[in-house]
Design a protein around this ligand. Structure first.
Ligand SMILES: *[C@@H]1O[C@H](CO)[C@@H](O)[C@H](O)[C@H]1NC(C)=O
Ligand SMILES: *[C@@H]1O[C@H](CO)[C@@H](O)[C@H](O)[C@H]1NC(C)=O
Ligand SMILES: *[C@@H]1O[C@H](CO)[C@@H](O)[C@H](O)[C@H]1NC(C)=O
Ligand SMILES: *[C@@H]1O[C@H](CO)[C@@H](O)[C@H](O)[C@H]1NC(C)=O
Ligand SMILES: *[C@@H]1O[C@H](CO)[C@@H](O)[C@H](O)[C@H]1NC(C)=O
Ligand SMILES: *[C@@H]1O[C@H](CO)[C@@H](O)[C@H](O)[C@H]1NC(C)=O
Length: 463
């Protein structure tokens, strides 16, 4: 009877464990361990559900109607939080206080958020992806991104930002992608982008840019892709492009270019540029209207004074934080190789994006991003776009960046695991999709169920 008593205890303990396990998962959510994951997406939650386990590492709350984030809603063990496509209007600046494990934070598509406290992201030392697209933001506090030394992906597109304070990105030495398209920016100042020594992609299209400072891109020695199309630029100093020693893909179309003497430095730079660039169609003066600055002859500028010529060179006078990139300059493709590439793109006004990985450069391999039917998390039931259309980096059109595809693209470019996986071909974990979540949960439930059955059977036999 001592023996049976022990088994009863064991049984009760197991049942208790089972109860405890299900009790610690919020109602209408699915939870599973290793790493502890709570999946509560698309359930019309209006607030953070009660009972999120304190050891949760991944929390999925996207596609609900949550309106506020407060201190205590989450715990500092959190590594990933997806809470995009809700109705968040307020984030307590202390919500993520002490979240030193947090790597990915997706707050995108919360259209009424409109402002953020300057402390909101302070101390997030491991953060590598921050999504703030389509959040109705009209301004960004000067110190909002302070201390985000590990950030690699920053998505700020489709907001209403009119102005970027100087040195806003100064700490982001690891930033690779900065998306700012679809805002209301008018001016880029000398120190708007200071400190971004590892930036690879800068998207500024669909803004209202009229003025770009001569040295606005002075730290961007590793930038390969710059989009400035669909702005209000009538001039762009060739000097600012001459800072971009790694540039390969440039789009300037959709601007009212003035092709008088002001255009000379840009014309001169374009003439020497070995990468791929869009057309640069003149709007003024009247007699030049419709012509492409790139193919205007030298004689057009004969009557302009001054004869400084620009090269696509690295000018070190204005580099402030760039200590590492000098040694990397030799890794760029040879002029010959680049010439070949330019050949087949020369007459296209819609240049392609990178088609091949370059040695020594952060680049997602072909097999990671191409030919892949990836189910996008935005393609929830009711989403208007089909998720399985294949978008490749080469052949991407302007419009692809303008609407919700901008988000899909960004999603594809974001590694979801540890930063170590960056640039490697790694399989996505199946937990991204609701069906995977349920399957995995059912699996562990049935294992536990059969264990309980076994104990009950044993108990019966012993009696
Ligand atoms: C959420 O609300 C919408 C609209 O009221 C409804 O159609 C949908 O079924 C709800 N979803 C759930 C999971 O309750
Ligand atoms: C979202 O929040 C706004 C502003 O508080 C409110 O007007 C709107 O009704 C909310 N929408 C939903 C679907 O809850
Ligand atoms: C970020 O930059 C720092 C300093 O340059 C470097 O030590 C660190 O390894 C980088 N982190 C990542 C994830 O690249
Ligand atoms: C520029 O913007 C206009 C209106 O917003 C849009 O119709 C057009 O397609 C855009 N052009 C390019 C090249 O993206
Ligand atoms: C230079 O002068 C010629 C002849 O007057 C004129 O057609 C041309 O537009 C001028 N070029 C510029 C860049 O103003
Ligand atoms: C990667 O893709 C190329 C074609 O783009 C293919 O030839 C190659 O076998 C693929 N490699 C792997 C490991 O799948």
């Amino acid at each position: 009877s001592l023996f049976t008593g022990c088994c009863v205890e064991l049984l009760l303990m197991l049942v208790g464990l089972e109860l405890h396990f299900s009790a610690s998962c919020p109602k209408n959510c699915v939870c599973y361990p290793s790493p502890m994951t709570v999946s509560c997406q698309a359930h019309n939650f209006t607030s953070i559900p009660e009972g999120i386990p304190t050891n949760s590492e991944r929390v999925f709350l996207q596609n609900n109607k949550i309106s506020m984030l407060l201190r205590g809603h989450f715990s500092p063990s959190m590594v990933t939080l997806w809470i995009y496509s809700n109705n968040i209007t307020f984030i307590d600046p202390e919500t993520f206080d002490g979240f030193v494990q947090l790597e990915e934070l997706d707050l995108g598509d919360n259209r009424y958020l409109s402002s953020l406290g300057s402390e909101t992201f302070h101390g997030l030392v491991k953060l590598h992806a921050l999504h703030l697209y389509r959040c109705g933001l009209s301004s960004l506090p000067r110190r909002i991104f302070s201390g985000l030394f590990n950030l690699q992906y920053l998505y700020l597109q489709e907001n209403q930002v009119e102005f970027l304070p100087d040195d806003l990105f100064i700490d982001m030495v690891n930033l690779s992608h900065l998306f700012l398209h679809g805002n209301k920016l008018r001016t880029l100042h000398e120190n708007t982008f200071r400190g971004l020594v590892n930036l690879d992609r800068l998207l500024l299209h669909q803004n209202q840019l009229q003025m770009v400072h001569k040295w606005a891109f002075h730290d961007l020695k590793r930038l390969t892709t710059l989009f400035l199309f669909n702005n209000s630029l009538s001039e762009l100093p060739g000097e600012c492009l001459a800072q971009l020693g790694s540039l390969e893909f440039l789009r300037l179309n959709g601007n009212p270019w003035g092709c008088d003497c002001r255009a000379r430095s840009l014309w001169d730079w374009l003439r020497r540029f070995r990468g791929s660039s869009s057309s640069v169609i003149c709007e003024t003066p009247k007699e030049m209207r419709g012509r492409d600055l790139k193919v205007i002859s030298k004689e057009h500028f004969h009557n302009c004074s001054g004869s400084e010529s620009l090269h696509q060179t690295k000018t070190n006078t204005h580099a402030t934080l760039d200590k590492t990139n000098q040694k990397d300059h030799h890794i760029h493709p040879s002029a010959k190789e680049k010439g070949k590439e330019q050949d087949h793109q020369l007459h296209s006004s819609e240049p392609a994006l990178p088609t091949r990985p370059r040695p020594g450069h952060k680049q997602h391999g072909r097999n990671c991003t191409r030919h892949k039917h990836r189910s996008s998390k935005t393609a929830a039931p009711g989403s208007k776009k089909s998720s399985n259309s294949v978008h490749t980096l080469d052949g991407m059109l302007d419009k692809d960046y303008m609407t919700d595809f901008g988000h899909k693209f960004s999603r594809d470019m974001v590694p979801t695991g540890s930063p170590r996986r960056k640039g490697k071909c790694t399989k996505k974990t199946p937990i991204r999709t609701p069906s995977g979540v349920q399957a995995s949960n059912r699996g562990s439930l049935s294992i536990r169920a059969s264990l309980v059955t076994f104990i009950v059977a044993l108990f019966t036999i012993i009696r």
